[in-house]
Structures are given as C-alpha cells and as structure tokens.
Design a binder for this molecule. Structure first.
Ligand code: C2E
Ligand code: CA
Ligand code: CA
Length: 511
C-alpha cells in the first residue's frame, strides 16, 4: 500500500512489548511452579525427617526397655547378672550390647562378662545418648549408646550403627538425611563427624525427637528444585511455553492492527484529524472567484500536515473514504455556512468522491444535509468523479445519480483526459463539467501536437455542452491561452494554493 507513516521508534522499542508479553506468562508460571516445587520439597523433607525420627525412637524404645529391665540389677555381681544382660541382647531388636555401670565404672557387659572401663557422662547428650564413631571390638562401626542412670547405678545399651545408617539411606533416596546427637552427626555414609552439620541448600528441615535428645535434619542438594520441576511438571512447562507463544503472537497481531494504516486512519477520523483545505476556482474571463475545491488534509499529531495522495488511496481501499468525506462535508458546511453572504449566488463548492460512494445511496443524504446548511439555492454543490477510476454503471448508481441530479448536485469528471470515459459514460452520470487534467495544462507552450490534444478536449466539451475547468494553472501564459479558448473556470497555483479555512474565509470576506 502506498501509505506509509515514518516509523521513528527503534526496533527494540517495537519488539520489547512482544518479547515481554511472550516472556511474562512463562516467567510468572515458572515462578509459581518453583514456589510449588519448594513447598512440595519442604513437605517431603519434613515427612522424611518425621519418619526417620519415628524409626529412631522405636529403636531407642527397645534400648530403654532393656535398660528398664537391667538397671535394677546394677550392683549385683557380674556372674549373677551376666545372663540377664545377654537375654536382653537376644530379646530386643537393634540392641548390640547391654552394660552395667556402678559409680561411672562399667563392670559387666553382655559381650565380655566382667569388664572394666570408665564412663564419662559428659560424652552423653543430656546424659542419655552418645553417638560413638566405633568401639573396641569394631572401631569403624558407629554405635549409638543409650544411658539410663539412677544414683550410682546406670545401664548402657548400645545399638548397631548400621541400623541408623540404613534408616538414613533408605527412607527416601532423594532426601539428604542426617541425625545429630549432641555435637556429632552421621549421615547415610556412616561416618561420625563432630564438625558443624552441613547446610542443605534446598528445603532444610530440622525435626527433634520428642522423646530422646537428638534431632534429624533433612533437605536436598543444590539444583533439586529445578530437577523436581523438570521431572514433575514437564507438561505444565510445555503449556507455559505454548501460552507465551500465543500471548506474544496475540500482542504482535494487536500491535500490527493498531499500527496498520487503516487503523491509524480510523483513529484519525475519530480524533477529527481530517480537515478541509480550500482552493479557489476562478472564472476564465474575469478571474473572479467562482467557487472552491475542497481538498482533504490530515493534521497528524506526529507527522504534521499529511498530503492526501499519501492516505486517500488507503482510505479508498478500506472504505473509510465514505465517513471521511462525510466529515469533510460537515466541517465545510459548519465553517462556511455562516459566511454564505460573502459568496456570490451559485458559488461552487466541489468535493472529490470515490467509487466507494457509489455502492449505496448514503451520498444523497450527505449532500442534502450539506445543501440544507446554506440558504436555499445559494450554493452549487459539485461532486468530482475521477476519470482514473471508472465507475461501473448499475441500478444503484443509476438511482444515485438521478437522485443527486434531482437535488441539484452537479457532477464533474476529474482528471479528464487521463482515462477512457465514453459519451455514454458521461451521459449515464449526468455529467455537468469536465476538469482538464493538469498534465494537459502543463503542455501549453510546449509542442504543437500536445496543444492539439488540449484543443480537442476543449472543443469536445463545447460540443457536448459541458462546462470546463482547467486545473494546475501555474503560469500567466497558460491562463491566457485557456481564457482565449473559452475555458469557463481555472484553478491553480497562479491564483491561489489550497489554504486552510481561516485564510479562505478571510479572503472571502475581502472580496
Ligand atoms: P485532484 O482532485 O486532482 O486535486 C487537485 C490537486 O492538484 C490538489 O492536490 C491540488 O493541491 C493540486 N494543485 C492545484 N493547483 C495546482 C497547480 O497549479 N500545480 C500543481 N502542481 N498542483 C496543483 P492535493 O490537494 O494534494 O490532492 C491530491 C489528490 O488527492 C486530489 O487530486 C484528489 O485526487 C485527492 N483528494 C484530495 N482530497 C480528497 C477528498 O476529499 N476525497 C477524495 N476522494 N480524494 C481527495
Ligand atoms: Ca479534484
Ligand atoms: Ca484533478
């Protein structure tokens, strides 16, 4: 399409919105999914830790039961109680050994019978639990020792470390679990350490045992959230990308529509940016003002005053030319009617019309309203039909032009000589005037052949009894020639350029 307003904005400005609208649903959706994944992982960590605590408490309950049984025996000789100790080892699951202590001195064990070893209560968290890295018998296998004390008596029940390690490793393979007893801890790798517990970057949760002095820490390694998102929500991720694509395409389409020439014209029409300019038409003999052609201008908020050849073709293409012309006629009536007294009776006011106007009879009402704004019979309304775009006669056009004729509206063929209107065509549309195209006027003073064409047009119009207007008169020589050849009306820069209404009215008043 020929219409192109300058697109002054940068590429990045134009596409930023499209990219943003595509990214927005993806980013928002991913944020929500990540939030949801974090929640799920925290829940999973908590549940895993709670389950580990439940299982550790179960083991320790067994140790406590054994201690309850053997503690009252402390003080008796090892030979007397040795069997009772071993009985507890076989009876209680998870229990590795049972030891009796008198005055912080182990004196009898289920493993060796009589035995001597000092007990240091400080090793035990809350005097109750000690996570040992290993023992005399198995120096590399951790052992959890439960201690119960009453006066000088105490019982030490040791639990197999590998049961702990099994729980830590098997409850949930994905969750990193560790148990902390006092200031040492152990994880699924089975090594007791006394460094600070490691920080688990994702969903770290700590669950203390309600019964015993230890706590379980659960969490996940770095990157688990994304792994979780990809594993759990692949469909949703695909949907988000699809939504982003749809959103970007929709915005792109809307933007295209919003910046399309026809949309821009519609906006201009709503904002009353199409205004009339007036170019006087003078009499060939006296050079007095006999009328004016109304020419459309677009007072564009960014582009300034836009020439009609830049937007009229688009307006004709999309049919907006009809409401635009209506607006032009209404503005002209509003502006000029109060100054009708400065126009001589029969003053011509000419509008350009397009093929679109001939699709129905609306133009008749537009013309009637225009004429009603002026004193009756004071104005000659002329409609200019360009010869470049021939109108196909039909029942509608027939009706339209006879109703226009009945209203007293005159028809001029614009740009005459550039097309192929036949005699029957001129007759069909009740033509009153021919407007000789500027290209022929420009030939005056050139070679004899060109002048001959112009003379033929003038002769033809005389023979057909049609009025004749010459447009594009720029020189005195052209004006003289046309007047000498009996051309009724002249229009061109020699007399006046198209001008805004204020200037035109001022000139009218000065006539
Ligand atoms: P047009 O109907 O042939 O209008 C005459 C054009 O010639 C106008 O250009 C006018 O400014 C220009 N002109 C007048 N005297 C001279 C001259 O001495 N020398 C030269 N070189 N040019 C002269 P404008 O106003 O730019 O309009 C261009 C065309 O746009 C018009 O040609 C017409 O086809 C179209 N147009 C303008 N207003 C309307 C309208 O309201 N409706 C429709 N359908 N078309 C319009
Ligand atoms: Ca015209
Ligand atoms: Ca013309």
């Amino acid at each position: 399409m020929p219409f192109k307003l300058k697109l002054s904005r940068k590429w990045t400005d134009r596409y930023a919105l499209i990219v943003l609208s595509g990214l927005l649903p993806v980013v928002l959706g991913v944020l929500i999914i990540v939030w949801q994944a974090n929640r799920s992982l925290r829940l999973e960590a908590t549940q895993t830790a709670l389950e580990a605590v439940r299982q550790f408490d179960l083991m320790l309950d067994n140790a406590k039961l054994a201690a309850d049984v053997v503690l009252p025996l402390a003080g008796q000789s090892c030979e007397q109680v040795e069997l009772a100790l071993r009985d507890q080892v076989t009876r209680r699951p998870f229990v590795r050994s049972v030891n009796l202590v008198w005055d912080n001195q182990i004196y009898c064990t289920s493993l060796f019978g009589n035995f001597k070893e000092q007990v240091n209560p400080v090793n035990y968290a809350d005097g109750e639990l000690w996570l040992m890295p290993g023992t005399l018998v198995t120096p590399n296998d951790p052992v959890l020792v439960y201690r119960q004390q009453k006066d000088k008596r105490s019982a030490l029940i040791s639990l197999y470390g590998f049961h702990l390690v099994n729980v830590l490793g098997l409850i949930n393979q994905k969750t990193h679990l560790l148990i902390e007893v006092g200031d040492v801890w152990i994880d699924r790798y089975g090594l007791v350490r006394n460094s600070p517990t490691p920080h688990l970057p994702v969903a770290q949760t700590t669950v203390p045992s309600p019964e015993y002095p230890y706590r379980v820490i659960a969490g996940f390694n770095e990157g688990e959230v994304w792994r979780y998102v990809i594993m759990e929500y692949p469909g949703l991720l695909g949907l988000l990308i699809f939504l982003g694509f749809i959103s970007a395409t929709t915005v792109h389409q809307l933007k295209k529509r919003a910046t399309s020439p026809s949309h821009e014209l519609r906006r201009g029409l709503d904002a009353a940016e199409f205004i009339p300019y007036f170019q006087p038409v003078v009499r060939g003999d006296t050079k007095q003002w006999a009328g004016a052609e109304v020419l459309m201008r677009w007072q564009h908020p960014k582009e300034g005053l836009v020439r009609p050849d830049l937007f009229i073709p688009v307006a004709e293409h999309c049919g907006l030319i009809v409401p635009m012309t209506r607006s032009l006629m209404e503005q002209t009536a509003y502006l000029l009617a109060p100054h009708a007294k400065h126009m001589e009776p029969g003053f011509h006011l000419a509008f350009n019309i397009a093929a679109h106007h001939c699709h129905n009879l609306e133009l008749v009402d537009d013309c009637r309203r225009f004429l009603q704004a002026f004193p009756p019979g004071h104005i000659n309304l002329v409609l200019e039909l360009t010869e470049r775009e021939l109108i196909v006669p039909s029942a509608t056009t027939h009706q339209l032009f006879s109703q226009l004729h009945a209203l007293g509206v005159m028809i001029a063929i614009d740009d005459f000589g550039t097309g192929h209107s036949s005699l029957s065509y001129l007759h069909e549309f009740n033509v009153d005037y021919l407007k000789i195209d500027q290209s022929f006027v420009a030939m005056i003073g050139a070679d004899a052949l060109s002048r001959h064409i112009l003379d033929s047009i003038i002769e033809l119009s005389a023979k057909l009894d049609l009025g004749i207007v010459a447009e594009g008169v720029e020189t005195q020589e052209q004006s003289q020639y046309l007047a000498d050849h009996g051309v009724d009306f002249l229009q061109g820069y020699l007399f006046a350029r198209p001008m805004p209404s204020a200037e035109f009215i001022q000139a009218l008043q000065a006539l």
